[in-house]
Design a protein around this ligand. Structure first.
Ligand code: FAD
Ligand code: PYC
Length: 416
């Protein structure tokens, strides 16, 4: 301990009468009650529900790039709740119910279109798995039905059900309430709603560190624009969660992979629904602009590059051309990639962490867009009450210690 004239003066001014002790600045009051890291749909929805449902409005959402420029603006917008386990059924169905009223809730047209999601079975294994999902969903009161190949073609007339195909269609599971929405509108709608309730959304602000008090709890974040004090921090930064959590000394059970998609030139309406082939890693829908929106699988190796291997999209296009022969002469307009973070059981992680005041929402892998409203809703409740929302309770980080995993490898839809 060093005593200087300054130290003694500070002690005197602070009213301390005894032997001088080390001067300690009191912790400043945090600038924000809650700081959310990541302005994707999940982060923005969290901020919106914190303000709207819990009256916590002193909130900042920090985004290293631009609002919705991560996976929220890069995904193929498939929405469905046909997951296998009860925990996931509850979570994704919660989101589905919120989707149904979201445009009215936000007074913003998110273009939610429940046009039906059909998942193709190409082999006996697929048939058994999908039938199991159909039964599990119906027991939980969630719509899902089994179609034979002719019924599948009836639902999507451009589907090729020729039995001589490399990957013949043996049947399909159809969730009629499933569909698509406009991804960037979801980000903008939540951003506008949160902003109107007093939330600050700060773009071009990269979080580079997490500051903790000597007693361990978080005090704020270091950013490319300086330190920002926070009472609580919610990390919602898909693909980059491990990097940010490491700043607080927390190691996450996550791997990050590039996932790709592409769109064709626009054409007149030909595709009335969403069709997915999990086995071939190809799926397709048609946007309101007329482009065919096509999704591929993940790369086989981990990477933070927002692009992916050409061989992955080539494989997907071959499969699409076979399943939907009308696409064979179409030109592709553009392709892109996003970074998804994947857990060992393909289910998300939502909740507290070992660091007091630090919360995390991640691990949605290739399928988090559909969860956006539900994820934000339950995460906001968890942050506000400091205990898991009942629907989020099974998805805590400690399941990787207890072994209570929620295995959704088959329902996750895209290869990992
Ligand atoms: P993001 O939208 O990625 O938001 C996280 C934000 O955090 C980003 O904007 C990022 O810039 C920011 N960030 C990262 N690090 C920092 C930092 N250090 N400081 C500040 N900000 C930071 N899901 C479906 O349900 N259906 C689909 O059809 C579907 N298709 C997909 C297709 C593709 C090609 C991809 C890539 C994903 C797809 N997904 C799909 C998955 C879905 O997009 C994601 O799970 C979901 O969008 C995640 O939302 P988010 O808000 O958590 O993440
Ligand atoms: O989860 O439905 C999904 C999905 C489709 C494409 C990528 N993810």
């Amino acid at each position: 301990m060093k005593f200087s004239f300054g130290t003694l003066l500070k002690e005197a001014l602070s009213g301390h009468r005894g032997w001088p002790r080390q001067w300690r600045e009191p912790e400043p009051k945090p600038a924000y009650d809650v700081v959310i890291v990541g302005a994707g749909g999940h982060g923005l929805a969290t901020a919106y529900y914190l303000a709207k449902e819990h009256g916590i409005r002193n909130v900042a959402v920090l985004e290293k790039g631009w609002l919705g420029g991560g996976n929220t603006g890069r995904n193929t917008t498939i929405i469905r709740s046909n997951y296998l386990c009860e925990e996931s059924e509850a979570l994704y169905e919660h989101a589905m119910k919120l989707w149904e009223g979201l445009a009215i809730e936000l007074n913003y047209n998110v273009m939610y279109s429940p046009r039906g999601v059909m998942m193709l079975a190409h082999n006996e294994h697929d048939v058994r798995i999908f039938k199991r999902h159909v039964h599990a969903n119906r027991l939980a009161g969630i719509d899902n039905e089994w179609l034979d190949p002719a019924e599948a073609k009836g639902f999507c007339p451009i589907l090729n059900i020729d039995s001589r195909l490399r990957h013949p269609v043996l049947g399909a599971a159809l969730q009629r309430r499933g569909g698509v929405a406009r991804h960037d509108a979801v980000a903008w709608g939540y951003a506008r709603g949160a902003d109107a309730l007093g939330v600050d959304i700060i773009q071009g602000c990269e979080v580079t560190g997490i500051r903790r008090a000597p007693s361990g709890e978080v005090t704020g974040v270091e950013t490319s624009r300086g330190f920002i004090g926070a009472g609580k921090i919610g990390v919602v930064a898909a693909g980059h969660t491990s990097v940010i959590m490491a700043m607080a000394g927390v190691r996450m059970p996550l791997e990050s992979f590039p996932l790709q998609a592409l769109v064709s030139e626009p054409v007149k309406p030909v595709m009335p629904c969403v069709v997915m082939s999990n086995t071939i890693h190809a799926y397709m829908s048609q946007s309101d602009k007329g482009e065919l929106v096509i999704g591929a699988g993940t790369d086989a190796y981990v990477s933070y590059s927002q692009t992916g291997g050409l061989h992955v999209t080539r494989h997907t296009i071959e499969a699409i051309a076979e399943l939907f022969p009308v696409t064979r002469r179409l030109r592709m307009l553009r392709s892109w990639g996003g970074i998804v973070d994947v857990t060992p059981d393909r289910s998300p992680i939502i909740g507290r962490t070992p660091v007091p005041g630090l919360y995390v929402n991640c691990g949605w892998g290739t399928g988090g867009f559909k969860a956006t409203p539900g994820s934000g809703h339950v995460f906001a409740a968890t942050l506000a009450r400091d205990e898991p929302h009942p629907i989020a309770a099974p998805f805590t980080l400690d399941r990787f210690v207890t072994g209570r995993l929620i295995d959704e490898a088959a329902a996750a839809a895209v290869s990992h």
